[in-house]
Write a protein that binds this ligand. Sequence first.
Ligand code: FDM
Ligand code: MG
Length: 181
Amino acid sequence: MAGGRGALIVLEERTTEIGQLISAYLARERELEDHAVHLLFSANRWEHVTSMKEKLHQGITLVVDRYAFSGVAFTSAKENFCLDWCKQPDAGLPKPDLILFLQLSPEEAAARGNFGRERYENGPFQEKVQQSFCQLMKEKTLNWKTMDASKNIEDLHREIKTVAEEIMQEVKNKPLGELWK
Ligand code: FDM
Ligand code: MG
């Protein structure tokens, strides 16, 4: 999102009560109904919006992890959830100027550290999530870029830095949009 200085926002568990609930759910320490947990993830984003907007209006660039696209991709990978229902709770969030999809095959992802401990970390589900992401990436009103995440960290970093700096220049004086509206 637009601006000169940077700030990393990882919508991170544990800093709020909703975040703590989500964290316990992912760690399989507690069960939550599928619709309810989807709405909690979205609520967790909404509770960060005021401070995100403040930063953006100060000209700070935000790098946001765990944004609405993960929410839609993971819930819509479950049985009986359509993409459209999944998108609604996040409609109106600050619209990103660039969305980076770090693509890695589920096999390669599984070979990385700690895979399998958390909820959703199994091959067949990850395949479905990847298909949902492919659906989402068809939306032409959003600026998706796919990066090859199997590269080494230095090369990937360089590529991300280049596209990020380009878009920061491009959107410098543009107003903030609303996602899915
Ligand atoms: N996840 C993440 C969701 O199910 N919904 C969401 O809205 C978000 C942001 O939580 F399995 C899932 C995706 C993943 C887990 O997210 C933790 P990260 O991004 O892998 O840490
Ligand atoms: Mg994870």
